[in-house]
Each structure stands twice: as C-alpha cells, then as structure tokens.
Design a protein around this ligand. Structure first.
Ligand SMILES: Cc1cc2nc3c(=O)[nH]c(=O)nc-3n(C[C@H](O)[C@H](O)[C@H](O)COP(=O)(O)OP(=O)(O)OC[C@H]3O[C@@H](n4cnc5c(N)ncnc54)[C@H](O)[C@@H]3O)c2cc1C
Length: 388
C-alpha cells in the first residue's frame, strides 16, 4: 500500500499549506483543535476566515463546479482537510456545505438548487441538524415529529433534541414522519426550514462543561412550504443516509488527537514529569498514528470508488475513544493541576485547556452514533456476526 502523494497531489498539498499559513487567523494555531466551535454562526474571527476561504473558492471543495464548488477528487479533498487540520485551523464549511448542499445537489429539484445553494455558499444560511428526538437517538427511525400535508404546505408538530448550535443557526435540516402507518423507515421525509418561522421555538440546554450549544427545538403547528421537502415524500430516510455518506475518513479528528498528544508531550516536559510518563505518552502516540492510518485507508477506499461502511465505523470508534483516553491521560500525566480551569490563581496548566478538553471529550463517543452502535456495525457488517 502506498500512501505517498503523487507529484500533482504534493503540489496541491503545498498550495493548501501556503494558503492556510498566510491567511488563517493566528489564534487558531495556539493549541486549538481543528473544527472547534465552527458549526454555529461563529464569532467575528470565524466569519472573516469563512469569507476568506469563500473568496478563494474553497468553501465547498467536494461540490461540482457547476454549483459553485471546486469539484475536487476524494484524495484532493482529503489532502485539503488534512492540511487545514495540521495547522489547527477549521475548514469553515460546516453542515450546510458538508451535509445539506450535497443532499440538495443529489436529491433536489432545479428550483431547490437555485433557491438553497447560494445561501449556503455565501454564508447567509447556517444550518443546524434536527434529527434526534427524546425517543429517537440510536434508533433514529423511531422519530415522531409529525409533518402533515395541507395544500402547498406541511404542518410540523413535535420536538427535536440535542440540536447543536440551534441558537446561532438560521436554518435547519430535519427529518419528520409523513406516514405514521408505514414501516418506520418508510414513513419519513427530509425537510429544510428557516428557524425564524412562527411556532418554532429553540431552547438552549446547559451541558456538563457549562456550554449552551445543545438545544431542544419545539414545533407547534409550524407551517413550511411543500417546496422545502427534499426528495420524495416518505423516502427521507434514504435521502438522509446519502447525506451521512459524504467524506467519512475523519482525518481532521485523527490529526486533532495527534496534535493534542504532541501538545501533552510538551506540557509533560515543561512540568518535568516526562520520566514517569514516557511509556504512557508513547502508547498514546502509537494509537494516534493508527487513527491516522485508518483515515488514510477509508480515503483510499473512496478514491477507488468503493463506499466505506464498517471501516468508517472503525475510524469513528477508534478515534473518538482515543480522544477520550488522551484527554483522560492528560489529567493523569499532569496531576491535580491538570484539573484546574482558567482563573485558578495561575496554578492551572496551559490556561485550563486540559481540563476543558477533558469535559469536551466526553460527548465524542456519543455524538454521530455511539460507540456501542459502531461496535454493532463492525460486528454485523464487518465480521458477519448475528445480532446479539
Ligand atoms: C455533543 C452532541 C451533539 C449532538 N448534536 C446533534 C445534532 O446536532 N443533531 C441531532 O439530531 N442530534 C445530535 N446529537 C444526538 C446524538 O446523535 C445522539 O445523542 C446519539 O445518536 C445517541 O442517542 P441518544 O442520546 O438518544 O441515546 P440512546 O440511543 O438512548 O442510547 C443510550 C445508551 O444505549 C446504548 N444503545 C442504544 N441502542 C443500542 C443498541 N442497539 N446496541 C447497544 N447499545 C445501544 C447507547 O450506545 C447509549 O449508551 C448530539 C449528541 C451529542 C452528545
């Protein structure tokens, strides 16, 4: 297996690296994990960065050129993401570019493409994802939010939960039940909607780290035009599945964990604890290299036109569990000072980043499909084992 760049790929890598080096905000380079905080509206720095990337024409690398994308191959897209991540800089595409745009391009009508794609590309439409409900997380197809057709509109009633960044997003893509009599996967449709419509209420929740990005969203007779249904009625499950199929290598996450481990090595040196922690740090580094190799493998499958399935679950499972392990080990390596947040009279390590990273690592094994679900996919589709 040869993961070395061809000369064209090496040139492309160099071009991306130079662009990020000369244009990315300085503050992203300081022990910052890629993609952090980049899914909501973002602060001024993020918005300026987003405009800079958009001006370069690199906001939607995987969209076909006719829709304003770059039309990159899988490997070129992979290289771009890897280079952004290596410089701790988020690619500012977010859910609109990564999930909604490709879905509209594949399943939308010409009128929907004309109406919905420009807002994503110029950054005016920032999307949250309304999939999970109180009784539908791992078993997503059990969702109950009801969409009833009424002339040229649908009327939505019900609730979503864990809708990340919903307070700073102005659009949402969501799944709703359009046929309660059909088998559960076949009675679902896929919609987009502006958030600022009568009857739609967003309530932020407080997470264990004190953040307010997770939200509950309530729909009380929300009327949306029927033209905001993407794909056929009752085929939304399959529309959603293609949405989840784009770029699954997880390279940004794998690079992010490796950088965090290298940061930990520097902090352990500075705190003079390296001699006691050498083997633990070595183990973490080996695991982070395995995560990167697994990402290369998934990208190489996609590059050959194959659709990764249990291999993507392996990357998600391994990288997210490593993420948690690395942040837990960081506390152990640094001792009690590692637990202190910023403002602890100067006793905190690295402005409290280690403690913050630890609480931020807990949900990584839940969001986007829990570790148990990933193990189930690997056991069933990868190893051919019967259901337990
Ligand atoms: C930080 C964060 C951000 C999120 N953002 C969004 C978002 O923007 N939009 C959105 O729609 N959702 C979002 N989610 C929701 C996320 O997709 C769900 O939390 C996840 O799918 C798990 O669903 P659940 O919380 O309902 O847990 P449940 O499905 O109720 O699971 C509870 C426990 O049971 C286990 N379990 C469930 N089924 C099985 C099974 N078949 N086999 C073995 N074990 C099982 C699970 O692994 C878990 O440990 C987010 C979650 C988090 C933590």
């Amino acid at each position: 297996m040869n993961y070395r760049d061809s000369s064209e790929q090496a040139n492309w890598r160099e071009q991306v690296r130079r662009f990020v080096e000369s244009n990315a905000p300085e503050e992203y380079r300081i022990r910052h994990r890629p993609a952090v905080d980049s899914y909501g509206g973002g602060d001024e720095t993020f918005q300026a960065w987003r405009s800079r990337v958009a001006k370069q024409g690199w906001l939607a690398p995987h969209w076909p050129k006719e829709y304003g994308g770059l039309g990159l191959s899988v490997m070129e897209q992979f290289i771009m993401k890897e280079e952004f991540a290596l410089q701790r800089t988020p690619h500012p595409g977010a859910r609109g570019v990564e999930m909604v745009g490709p879905t509209v391009i594949l399943h939308g009508s010409d009128a929907q493409k004309a109406e919905l794609l420009p807002g994503i590309l110029n950054g005016e439409h920032i999307y949250s994802q309304g999939f999970s409900e109180p009784g539908a997380g791992s078993d997503l197809a059990a969702l109950q939010l009801r969409a009833t057709r009424d002339g040229d509109e649908y009327v939505l009633n019900g609730q979503k939960i864990w809708t990340s960044n919903a307070t700073s997003c102005n659009w949402m893509f969501l799944l709703a039940r359009t046929d309660p009599e059909a088998p559960k996967h076949r009675g679902i449709s896929y919609f987009v909607t502006p958030v600022d419509v009568p009857g739609l209420e967003v309530r932020p929740m407080t997470d264990m780290a004190g953040g307010h990005e997770l939200c509950e969203t309530f729909f009380d007779n929300v009327r949306i035009p029927a033209s905001y249904r993407i794909g056929e009625e009752n085929r939304g499950w399959y529309v959603a599945m293609t949405t989840l199929d784009f770029e699954r290598s997880g390279i940004a996450g794998a690079v992010g964990v490796q950088l965090a481990i290298l940061d930990l090595v520097s902090m352990a040196r500075a705190a003079n604890v390296v001699s006691r922690q050498r083997t633990r740090l070595a183990d973490l580094f080996v695991a982070s290299e395995v995560a990167r190799q697994m990402s290369y493998h998934v990208a190489s499958l996609q590059d050959r036109g194959q659709v990764p399935n249990y291999e993507s679950s392996m990357v998600k499972l391994f990288s997210s569990e490593l993420h948690r392990r690395a942040d837990t080990d960081a506390l152990n390596v640094l001792g009690l000072r590692g637990y202190l947040l910023r403002g602890s009279a100067g006793y905190e390590v690295d402005e409290g980043r280690v403690a913050r990273a630890y609480s931020g690592s807990i949900p990584t094994t839940i969001a986007g499909g829990t570790s148990e679900i990933q193990r189930g996919i690997i056991a069933g589709r990868g190893l051919g084992l019967p259901r337990g």
